[in-house]
Design a protein around this ligand. Structure first.
Ligand code: ADP
Length: 273
């Protein structure tokens, strides 16, 4: 167990390094005339302690981007570095281990295990990564998301917003290099969505409180359709046809929505300008 725990620190992210680095990432499905170019050469550096939103029309490559960046899919060409580690040549086993110990995931449908308690769900990534389940850490992240008193409940006893907060606690428990969120507010009402986004924002902004904590807050990459959600991010990337068509620094929902409209209906945007 001690050996396994030490492994986590084998390739620590350099203090000022990028959490995620993509260079020349291409992903092609099929070959020849019928080939689909889902990603056409993505170059991107996501700094540690940053919150990035990824937007774009349906079919623009958002899911493929997230999957390649998180080591769930392999690019056809180019390289992906996670916390300073090139994942290209890694075996499936090593990649799975890296995902479990150094990445966190939040999904639209929460994806909690119904038969486990809230605390057990939060501890699951630690168990899967071969780390000793740390109940103090579980209590800490549950408190961070406002559910310090719900550790013994089952997911079905909680509201949708509470379940997503458990999922965020689960994503943060291993102090991952990066949290990947795929439409995390897609199943939530506006008020609950704002709470969840506030928590993600807070995780990025939070200063270290304990010796083992990263020197900066979490790094979050979030795919979303919602300009209001994207307005919580430090930077918004707009994908179109497999390429980064535009980026915005932290902006209002209105500005982000305008940029989306320009992307999906250039003629209209030109006429309106
Ligand atoms: P988004 O998430 O923005 O909707 P995707 O990444 O899902 O976009 O898809 C990008 C493009 O790649 C689309 O044209 C889609 O049809 C295609 N694509 C995605 N997955 C596959 C696959 N497994 N096989 C073939 N084409 C795919």
């Amino acid at each position: 167990m001690a050996l396994r725990r030490a492994k986590r620190h084998e390739h620590p992210t350099p203090p000022n390094g990028a959490a995620v680095e993509l260079s020349g990432v291409r992903r092609q499905y099929g070959r020849g005339a019928g080939a689909v170019h889902a990603l056409r050469g993505i170059d991107l550096v996501l700094p540690r302690g940053s919150f990035t939103a990824v937007m774009g029309p349906s079919g623009s490559g958002k899911s493929t981007f997230l999957q390649c960046a998180a080591g769930l899919d392999r690019p056809t060409a180019g390289s992906v570095r996670l916390g300073g580690t090139e994942i290209g040549g890694m075996s499936e086993n090593r990649l799975t281990e890296l995902r479990r110990s150094r990445l966190g995931f939040v999904f639209q449908a929460f994806n909690l295990l119904p038969s486990l308690t809230v605390e057990q769900n939060v501890l699951l990534p630690m168990r899967l990564a071969g780390q000793r389940p740390d109940r103090h850490r579980a209590a800490e992240v549950l408190t961070q998301v406002g559910l310090g008193d719900k550790g013994g409940r089952r997911p079905s006893e909680l509201s949708g917003g509470q379940q997503q907060r458990v999922a965020i606690a689960r994503a943060l428990v291993t102090r991952p290099d990066v949290v990947f969120a795929d439409e995390p507010t897609g199943a939530l009402d506006t008020t609950t969505a704002a709470e969840v986004l506030g928590l993600l924002r807070g995780a990025v902004d939070s200063a270290p409180r304990f010796a083992g904590d990263a020197p900066m807050g979490a790094t979050v990459v979030m795919v979303t359709h919602d300009p209001v959600a994207a307005a919580y991010a430090d930077r918004v990337l707009f994908l179109a046809d497999g390429a980064i068509a535009d980026t915005l620094p932290r902006s209002s929902p209105e500005r982000i929505a305008d940029r989306m409209r320009a992307l999906t209906a250039p003629a209209y945007a030109g006429a309106a300008a």
